[in-house]
Write a protein that binds this ligand. Structure first.
Ligand code: MEV
Length: 435
């Protein structure tokens, strides 16, 4: 198989792109067929999906499932999840059911401030900022007003800004750090447009502002972009119950379970190797919902992991306590989510997901997302400190291996029975089928 260079690939029609890609492969006809098999039958829907990205050839389906019975702040939700990993939805569902019977999840949003930065070099003296900032700020706001007007009508806009000097990065490096409220939108486009306008104002200000000395007239904008680290866009979720209500979890006494669970969470707080896996379990839930609602899971992940390292050492995002006979398990993390804009209303399944959640505003969606992350984390740590996770994983793993080997329905049933008390591996399943 040899690859050829192509110029102007993006200008080809979709059929031509598919044909070109298929021509690079050994099984051309089947490659073309597979790509086309996943086209949506309604060309209008396919046109919308194609519009999300570039050079699209087909769609890549992922399982879309739900976690029913999520009780959050007294409201019952059926939470949509898009995830390819087996056991995640089952684990979250078991957790949702357990907490449904034990008081439900609580969640609250602390704040929803988003951040953006204009990074630039300036030839002036840092000490002059106090004198100059008032005038500059007025101009920055006035010249961005055409962009912020609508957001202000919705209750958002620019909340404030600082002019920072960070000489450790470069002696003449400065930054405008701008705070935004973007209401129900994640706000990336809005923030980036405002910041680019500010960058342009900054250059103009340096060149033309009457009060500046000649030595202060050089501004070089390096970049203007939102920060995906939003520690002030923060949500907390928690569950709590008397320790004795944990009696019966996997046959352990409530206190014994709580003690093991609490130590497992403390290990994740103290050991980065465990913390990463622990937090990965949290993001199993969070990403799945973020994806289902058409939000940016890379932004949410990056932000969450930075927050997990805010002390200077990467640690668990969740924490656990046992006090006066009360077991409390909580999760706090920042996340920037939207319920309008982006893909949220354009992707038919994202729109459906939001409708299934009763069309929450961004704050409510943050609460649901944190709660599902906590549910997932509870289920994972519960399994880890009791049965181990393989027991749950293996059922799905077995099914996937059987599907891969083309097993019949009877063989599925027989294998389920046979492997109920045995270790599942690809070779063990294959030799079972051969027998
Ligand atoms: C697997 O996807 C997630 C877990 O590893 C999380 C954890 O270890 O806490 C089970």
């Amino acid at each position: 198989m040899s690859r050829t260079v192509i110029n102007g690939f993006s200008k080809l029609t979709k059929d031509e792109k598919v044909a070109w890609v298929a021509a690079q492969m050994d099984e051309q006809a089947s490659a073309r067929q597979i790509l086309k098999d996943f086209w949506h039958p309604d060309p209008e829907v396919q046109r919308v999906l194609d519009g999300f990205s570039e050079n699209t050839l087909s769609n890549f389906p992922m399982p879309f499932g739900v976690v029913p019975n999520m009780l959050i702040n007294g409201k019952l939700y059926t939470v949509p999840m898009v995830i390819e990993e087996s056991s995640v939805v089952a684990a979250a569902s078991a957790s949702a059911k357990f907490w449904l019977d034990n008081g439900g999840f609580r969640a609250e949003v602390t704040d929803t401030i988003k951040l953006g930065q204009v990074h630039f070099r300036w030839s002036g003296a840092a000490a002059r900022r106090d004198q100059l900032f008032g005038g500059l700020q007025q101009r920055l706001l006035a010249e961005a007003a055409y962009l912020t007007e609508n957001m202000e009508k919705r209750g958002g806009g620019i909340l404030g800004m600082e002019w920072l000097h960070l000489p450790d990065i470069a002696p003449d490096y400065y930054q405008l750090l701008v705070r935004f409220e973007t209401c129900n939108s994640m706000g990336a486009n809005f923030i980036n447009s405002v910041l680019e306008q500010m960058a342009s104002t900054l250059g103009d200000w340096a060149a033309n502002e009457p009060g500046l000395q000649t030595s202060e007239r050089s501004v070089e904008v390096i970049m203007a972009i939102l920060s995906n680290y939003t520690p002030e866009c923060l949500v907390k979720a928690w569950v709590s119950c008397p320790v004795e209500d944990l009696n019966g979890i996997c046959g352990e006494g409530g206190y014994n379970f709580a003690r093991r669970f609490e130590l497992a969470v403390r290990i994740a707080a103290g050991d980065p190797y465990r913390a990463v896996t622990h937090n990965k379990g949290i993001f199993n839930g969070i990403d799945a919902l973020v994806l289902a609602t058409g939000n940016d899971f890379r932004a949410v992940e990056a932000c969450g992991h930075a927050y997990a390292a805010r002390s200077g050492r990467y640690a668990s995002l969740s924490s656990c306590s046992i006090e006066d006979g009360l077991f409390t398990f909580s999760l706090e993390l920042p996340m920037a989510l939207g319920t309008v804009g982006g893909l949220t209303r354009l992707h038919p399944l994202a729109k459906l997901s939001l409708a299934l959640l009763d069309n929450p505003d961004a704050r409510e969606l943050m609460q649901i997302t944190a709660a599902i992350g906590l549910a997932q984390n509870f289920a994972a740590v519960r399994s880890l400190v009791t049965t181990g996770i393989q027991q749950g994983h293996m059922k799905m793993h077995l099914q996937n291996i059987l599907n891969h080997l083309g097993a019949t329905a009877e063989q599925h049933a027989a294998a389920r029975d046979y492997f109920s008390d045995k270790v599942v591996s690809f070779s063990a399943v294959r030799s079972f089928l051969e027998k």
